[in-house]
Design a protein around this ligand. Sequence first.
Ligand code: FNR
Length: 354
Amino acid sequence: ADPPLPGTLRDYERAAMALLGDDVAGYLAGGAADEHSTRWNADRFAGIRLAPRVLTDVRDLDTSADLLGTRLEHPILLAPTGAHRLFHPGGEHATAAGAAGTVYVVSSYSTTAFADLAAQAAGPLWFQLNPVPDADFVRETVRGAVTAGARAIVVTLDTPVAGTRDRQSWNGLDLPGGMSYPMLGGYGGLRPDPAARSIYRPALDAGFTAHDLARIVAEAGAPVVAKGVLRADDAATLVDLGVAGIIVSNHGGRNLDTVPATIDALPGVVRAVGGRVPVLLDGGIRRGTDVLKAIALGARAVLVGRPALWGLTAGGADGVRHVIDVLRTELEMAMALCGVTSLGAAGSDILWEE
Ligand code: FNR
C-alpha cells in the first residue's frame, strides 16, 4: 500500500524539505534578500480576521469560479514554477496529472516541452512567458504554445533583472545533465559571467516595456494575463493595454524584498481594475481561509507556487492532487462556517472590521 499522505500543507512542506538536497530546497523555499516579503505574504493573511455569519443554510456549497470563459470547479490554480524534474522524476507530467481538475500554469523554465505536456494533460494549461530580449523568439514561443493548446499566456512582468537570491548561487540553479529548459531554446543554456557581477541576465529582457506587451497581446491569439503586479496605476495601464487578467504577485517574495504582501496590494488593484478583467492573487496561500480572504477582497481566483512543489516532491501526481484537495476542502469548511454558499457571495462583510 502507498504510504499515507500528509494531512496539511505544512506537513507536505516538512515531508518535501526532508527529501530535497540543500540546493533544490533553497531554490524552492528561498525569497529575496532577508525574505521579509516572503514571510509577509503568509503572515498578513493570518492578521485578517473572519466574521462568521450564523443561521445560514450551508448544505449546498458552490466553490466554482468563472475564469476567461472557463468554469472551474474551484478557484485554486497552480502558479508557474520552474524545473519540476528537480523535485520528482515525473516532473511537469506528474504536476499536470495532479492538476487535472484545475488550471496549471506551465513555466518558461519547465523541464518538459509545453507541447509534450499539452498532448497528455487532462486539465487546462496556460503558458507562462518569461520575455527574453528577442522579439522573434518570443513570438514563436507564444505561437507554439497557443497552437499546442495553451488557453492563455501569462506574461511575467516583475523580473526584468534577477532578484537577490542569497540562498542560490550567483549563477542560479544548475540543472543536472539530461535536463534542460526546452521552452527557453538557446536562452536556457545562457549563463551570466560571474566575474562581471552584472545585474543583467542574458535570458531576461531588461528593456521590456508596454510596447512589447502590446505586441504580444495583439499577436498571441489567446488571452494574455499579466503576472507580477502590485501597483494600482500599473494595473490600470495593463487593462488599457488589453490584458485579459491580472495576477497580483510579488513572485513569492523572491525578487524584491520589502515589497508589500500581495493580500495588502490586492484591494488597490481591484479598485483600479473596476471589474473590467478578473484579478487573481498568489503568494502565501497556505490554508482554505487564505483563499476565502483573497476572494472576499476581490480576487477571482488564487494560485499556489511552493505548496504544489511540496506535494510534487512528497507524492508526485498524488501529492499535487492532494495539496489542491486539502485547500479546497478547507475552503469549503471556511465558506460553510462563514455562512457563504458561493464565492460570489463572499464579500468583505465576512472580514472582521474594527
Ligand atoms: C516561482 N515563481 C515563478 N514565477 C514565474 O512567473 N515564472 C517562474 O518560472 C517561476 N518560478 C518559480 C520557482 C519556484 C521554486 C517558486 C517557489 C516560485 C513564482 C510563482 O509563480 C508564484 O508567484 C509564487 O510562488 C507564489 O507564492 P507561494 O505560493 O510560493 O507562496
